[in-house]
Design a protein around this ligand. Structure first.
Ligand SMILES: [Ca+2]
Length: 176
């Protein structure tokens, strides 16, 4: 009789308890992933805005944008390397600011279509959903119109049906 009791396997209650524990653990993992996702998105938004304000700080201090290398500054950033050298020399930015949380980097440039008279910050290799969320915050939420634009790494412009995690390059004409 004792032997029978010991070999009876798991009771329903025991199975239920184990399932509940597994459920709680999975919920915690998913919530954790969601929190990390949100934190990275917020960090990215804050960082790119910080870079724009860094250029305005430099403009205020030096009378021209960092990276505007024409002999008589024309207001258009034309050299990203110089932009970073000047911004870090003025201690407005640090070298590490050049990279973002999605493992791509920021580039300052300007003078390109469709807004040849203005400057942009390019953020490379960010998930499409982050590009879109930034566009919604600052612009129109559409990838091929307005001051915020994004496209795939191979230059395919705005495809709202694409995988939201696909890598995109984001352009923000921050001084327009
Ligand atoms: Ca847009």
């Amino acid at each position: 009789m004792k032997l029978l009791r010991e070999n009876r396997g798991f009771t329903l209650i025991e199975v239920a308890i184990v399932m509940v524990i597994i459920g709680i653990l999975m919920g915690a993992v998913l919530r954790g992933q969601e929190m990390i996702k949100n934190a990275k998105e917020k960090n990215f938004h804050a960082k790119i805005r910080f870079l724009a304000s860094a250029q305005f700080t430099y403009l205020d201090r030096m009378g021209e944008y960092a990276g505007d290398t024409t002999a008589t500054p024309d207001g258009i950033i034309d050299d990203n390397t110089t932009a970073w050298t000047e911004l870090t020399y003025q201690q407005i930015l640090k070298d590490v600011d050049e990279r973002h949380v999605f493992n791509g980097q920021f580039t300052f440039d300007g003078g390109d279509a469709p807004y040849g008279n203005y400057n942009y910050i390019l953020a490379s290799r960010i998930p499409m959903w982050v590009a879109q969320s930034f566009d919604i915050k600052l612009d129109d939420g559409v990838g091929n119109t307005g001051n915020v634009r994004w496209q795939t790494l191979t230059g395919v412009a705005y495809d709202p049906t694409a995988d939201p995690n696909s890598a995109n390059n984001l352009y923000w004409w921050f001084d327009r």
